[in-house]
Design a protein around this ligand. Structure first.
Ligand SMILES: [Zn+2]
Length: 202
């Protein structure tokens, strides 16, 4: 239970920092597909523009607070799946869409390499693929994957970085902790906000 309280605390604190949704384009303007900005680690793109770092010790990844923000690929890769499920948070106060991306270029992490990125608690998906389905869906760094949602009544995205092709998330050895995820993304502090998405009109 303590885990849940500290998690709630971290996200509530992060949300208190405030985030404004990016301004909507004027009516009639065509909006080009928008890639998310580079992170402090310039090899990676923002997973949740406008989101606020809200990690808590003991999570299997990093929580990023924010309501109905667009979710993006942090690097080039191939979709393992984009579908409902792959999370234990499937109750009435949860949105249960998840995405897993196999990275084209694994990211070195100590004696390990981050090979997969896992996103969950999403409300909507731009792409659809069932796990094991044969179709190949390529994703570009910064490409939009869908929209963030809610788990346990708290609007946030869960971002997991998985090592060495071990994607079951059943051993801590192959999952980065929240502080490790923040470090790999470029050294973010909890409470820090990712730049909002800049809508470009054509
Ligand atoms: Zn989480």
């Amino acid at each position: 239970m303590e885990m849940h309280i500290s998690r709630r605390h971290a996200i509530a604190a992060a949300l208190a920092f405030g985030f404004s949704s990016s301004s909507a384009p004027a009516r009639g303007d065509a909006v080009a597909p928008v890639l998310s900005e580079r992170l402090k680690n310039p090899k990676l793109r923002s997973p949740l523009p406008g989101g606020v770092m809200a990690g808590y010790a003991g999570d299997t990844g990093l929580d990023i607070g924010g309501a109905s923000l667009s979710v993006h690929a942090i690097a080039d890769g191939t979709l393992d799946y984009a579908e409902r499920g792959h999370t234990r948070w499937t109750g009435p106060r949860d949105t249960a869409m998840s995405v897993r991306l196999a990275l084209d270029e694994p990211i070195p992490w100590g004696k390990h390499k981050v090979t997969h990125v896992y996103y969950t608690h999403m409300a909507r998906l731009d792409l659809q693929k069932a796990e094991g389905e044969a179709k190949v869906i390529r994703v570009a760094a910064g490409q939009r994957l869908g929209t963030s949602g809610t788990a346990n009544g708290i609007p946030h995205l869960h971002l997991g970085l998985l090592c060495d092709g071990q994607v079951e998330q059943d051993s801590w050895e192959f999952i980065l902790r929240e502080n490790e995820v923040r470090k790999l993304l470029g050294g973010y502090a909890n409470g820090e906000r990712l730049a909002p998405l800049v809508a470009r009109t054509t």
